[in-house]
Design a binder for this molecule. Structure first.
Ligand code: GCU
Length: 396
C-alpha cells in the first residue's frame, strides 16, 4: 500500500513537472538561434546614450517600456498608509535581536490592504542597521518569527550575527499567487488596473508591496533605509528586480535563480520561454506581454536592460547549475550586457567573458554573480555570499 502511494505520488510529480516543461523547450546550448539584443546605450528612438546624464534622462522611457509590455503600471498614488507595531520582542534570539511584527496598511478607493512585515534587528549595533528584505514566495514557515522553524531560505540568525537586520513579507498579502485570486490584494486598491492591457498583475503587486515596506523602513530608526538590500528567489527574484529598477531607494538588489522574465535573456529562448511563462502563470505579467509569446525578438527590451536599470547600485544575480529552466548562461550574459550602464558611472566590471566555474562567486564588485552546484533553491550557501557581498558594499 505504502509503495503504491509512493509510486502514484512519483508519477503525479513527474506529470506536474512535465506539464511545466514542454517538450519543445530547448535545453541544448547548440540549439540557441542567433539573436540580436537591443543596445543598452541607445534610446528607443535609437539615439546614442553617451554619459550618465543621457542615461538618467532616458531612465523613465526605459522603465515605461517594461511597464507597458511586461510588468504593467506601477500606481504611485494612494490615500493613506498606516504602520502599526503588532508585536515586539526585545529579547528574541536569546537576546541577540529585537523582533518586530509590523502591519503596513495602505488605503485607496475606500479599500485597504495590509502587508505584514516580520523584522529582526541586531541588538549589538549602536546604530541603524543595514537590512535584507526578502520577498517571500514560499511557505510562511520559512520566516518564522518565533524561530522554532529555521530555514536556509531566510537564515535570520546568520544575518543578525553578521550585523544585519533581516525582514520579510509574504507575496500572498500583496497578491495571492494564483490566477483566480491574485486580484485579492493590492489590486483591490487599483481595480482599474485589471481592465488595462498594460495593467499591474501579481509580480507588479509584489514589487509595489516591497516599496511600501521601504516607506516603513524610512521611518523606523532601527533600520538604515539607505542600506536596504532587496532579495527575491525565482518568481520573487523577478519581482525584486522590477521593484529595484523602479524604486531607487533600494540600495541594492539580489535576484536568486530568477530565470525567465527575471535576470535571464528572453531572446535566447533557453529553458522557460515567454510563451510558457505566460501560459502557466497568466496572472504574473501584463496582458500585453502575451503578444510576445514566440515573438521574443519583437520585444522592445530584453532583461539585461532591467538589470541596467539598477545601476549604479550593487546588483547580485545567481544561478544553480542544475537549474537549466532558469538559463544560467542567459542570466550571466544579461549581467554582462548590463555592464555598459554601470560603466557610465565609472564602475568597471570584474565579470570575465565566460561565466565563472560552479561555486566560484564573484562578489567584491557592483555586478556580482555565482552559480551554485545543485538545484533551484535559495540556501545558506547563497546567504553566506550575500553577506560577503553586502559587507563589501556597506561595511567597508
Ligand atoms: C516555475 C516558473 C519559474 C519560476 C519558478 C519559481 O518554475 O516556471 O518562472 O521562477 O517557478 O518561482 O520557483
Amino acid at each position: 500500500m505504502k509503495r503504491f502511494v509512493l509510486f502514484t505520488a512519483m508519477i503525479l510529480f513527474m506529470i506536474a513537472v512535465r506539464a511545466q516543461r514542454p517538450a519543445d523547450a530547448n535545453f541544448v546550448e547548440a540549439n540557441v538561434k542567433p539573436y540580436l539584443l537591443p543596445d543598452v546605450l541607445r534610446t528607443s528612438k535609437h539615439a546614442k546614450i553617451r554619459n550618465k546624464a543621457d542615461w538618467e534622462n532616458n531612465r523613465e522611457q526605459l522603465l515605461d517600456l517594461f511597464e507597458e509590455n511586461i510588468y504593467g503600471q506601477m500606481p504611485k498614488h494612494f490615500v493613506d498608509i498606516k504602520f502599526s507595531l503588532v508585536e515586539k520582542d526585545e529579547l528574541a534570539m536569546q537576546g541577540k535581536a529585537t523582533m518586530k511584527k509590523v502591519s503596513v496598511e495602505v488605503f485607496n478607493r475606500g479599500q485597504s490592504v495590509k502587508i505584514n512585515l516580520i523584522l529582526f534587528v541586531p541588538n549589538h549595533l549602536r546604530k541603524a542597521a543595514p537590512a535584507f528584505l526578502l520577498i517571500n514566495n514560499r511557505g510562511q514557515e520559512n520566516t518564522d518569527p518565533t524561530r522554532r522553524v529555521k530555514s536556509g531560505f531566510w537564515p535570520a540568525e546568520l544575518a543578525i550575527d553578521s550585523g544585519y537586520a533581516i525582514a520579510a513579507f509574504h507575496v500572498s498579502d500583496a497578491a495571492p499567487d494564483d490566477k483566480e485570486s491574485f486580484m485579492n490584494g493590492v489590486l483591490r486598491l487599483y481595480p482599474e488596473q485589471l481592465a488595462a492591457a498594460n495593467g499591474m498583475r501579481a509580480i507588479g503587486a509584489w514589487a509595489w508591496a516591497a516599496s511600501r515596506i521601504m516607506d516603513y523602513f524610512e521611518q523606523d530608526p532601527d533600520v538604515n533605509a539607505d542600506q536596504v538590500i532587496l532579495v527575491g528567489h525565482s518568481r520573487g527574484g523577478k519581482a525584486a528586480l522590477w521593484a529595484a529598477a523602479q524604486d531607487q531607494r533600494f540600495a541594492s538588489c539580489i535576484s536568486n535563480c530568477s530565470g525567465n522574465t527575471g535576470a535571464a535573456l528572453s531572446r535566447r529562448n533557453f529553458g522557460e520561454s515567454v510563451k510558457v511563462i505566460n501560459t502557466n502563470f497568466p496572472h504574473w505579467f501584463t496582458p500585453n506581454y502575451k503578444q510576445f509569446n514566440d515573438r521574443e525578438a519583437e520585444l522592445p527590451v530584453d532583461q539585461h536592460m532591467l538589470l541596467a536599470l539598477i545601476a549604479p547600485r550593487p546588483l547580485y544575480v545567481t544561478n544553480a547549475s542544475e537549474d537549466l529552466w532558469a538559463d544560467p548562461t542567459g542570466t550571466y550574459l544579461a549581467l554582462k550586457h548590463a555592464e555598459s550602464a554601470y560603466a557610465l558611472y565609472g564602475l568597471s566590471s570584474r565579470l570575465p567573458e565566460q561565466a565563472p566555474a560552479i561555486n566560484q562567486p564573484i562578489l567584491n564588485t557592483h555586478l556580482a554573480y555565482h552559480n551554485r552546484a545543485g538545484i533551484h533553491d535559495l540556501t545558506i550557501y547563497e546567504w553566506r555570499n550575500f553577506i560577503r557581498f553586502a559587507n563589501f558594499h556597506f561595511k567597508n
